[in-house]
Design a protein around this ligand. Structure first.
Ligand code: SF4
Ligand code: SF4
Length: 251
């Protein structure tokens, strides 16, 4: 039974990694649809860009599935996991984690202010900023995108695994807000569950966590909810004892 679970877990993580690689390879097409900068550019003209529609969708998704976008689909997350072999450090929590919330609040305020300055919402254009739906349409844009991804690499290299997600990403701030609202009200949503009685304290789950969380301690404290958990299931799929699993339930 445990062996079956472990091979199913390996398969799930393979699928997750393949999805992340595809997400990364599609960056030339998709990057403008996940760009906070493009939202601001659209707002300056009173246009709701495709990236704004996606961010609204991600907020709604976070109400029922937390940060699953970050763990399974985000191209910036994919880039950090591809680079993970050279990122040995674990992010130190504390004040660093609060930076992303400050960025998110300032960024949301800036979007509102920019729309107001533009005279309100004048239209919706899902393809805003792209050329026939393609994001990277010129060498200049390519250079800017490469600089942004080099910046993400440097932030993660200096702060630790998935450091950009921990410290700077406004999408993370938005999705954590959605998750907190769900936790407050308590409707059923995707989450991690653990059966601590099965745990043998091997710590494999903590080592496997791409966010560098102390999953073993979470299991032992019976506190599987964590704002920095991206619901990637790496911990569940690494644990030979079948301690951790996805579940859908209220709080
Ligand atoms: S991998 Fe499983 S058994 Fe090992 S510490 Fe984590 S939860 Fe416990
Ligand atoms: S706690 Fe588990 S599901 Fe959450 S980020 Fe870490 S490995 Fe992924």
């Amino acid at each position: 039974m445990a062996e079956e679970k472990s091979s199913a877990g390996k398969l799930r993580q393979k699928i997750r990694f393949i999805i992340l690689i595809v997400s990364f390879l599609l960056i030339p097409v998709t990057i403008f649809y996940v760009s906070p900068i493009v939202i601001m550019m659209g707002a300056a003209e009173g246009i709701v860009a495709g990236s704004m529609l996606l961010f609204i969708a991600l907020f709604i998704i976070s109400l029922i599935a937390g940060r699953i976008w970050c763990g399974w689909f985000c191209p910036m997350g994919a880039w950090q996991e591809i680079c993970a072999p050279v990122m040995k450090k674990t992010v130190k929590g504390g004040w660093r984690n609060w930076i992303k919330y400050v960025i998110t609040i300032l960024w949301l305020a800036a979007i509102g202010f920019t729309f107001l300055s533009a005279g309100g919402i004048r239209g919706i254009d899902p393809l805003y900023g792209t050329v026939n739906g393609i994001s990277i349409s010129s060498p200049d844009v390519m250079v800017v995108v490469c600089i942004i991804f080099a910046f993400i690499f440097v932030v993660s290299f200096l702060t630790g695994r998935r450091g950009f997600c921990h410290v700077l990403c406004p999408i993370a701030g938005l999705m954590v807000a959605g998750r907190k609202i769900r936790n407050l009200i308590g409707w059923p949503a995707l989450q991690l569950s653990a059966d601590a009685d099965l745990c043998n304290d091997c710590n494999d789950c903590s080592r496997a966590c791409p966010m560098g969380l102390d999953v073993h301690a979470m299991v032992r404290k019976n506190q599987m909810e964590n704002a920095d958990c991206i619901l990637c299931a790496s911990c569940a799929d690494t644990c030979n004892k079948g301690v951790i699993s996805y579940s859908i339930r209220g709080r």
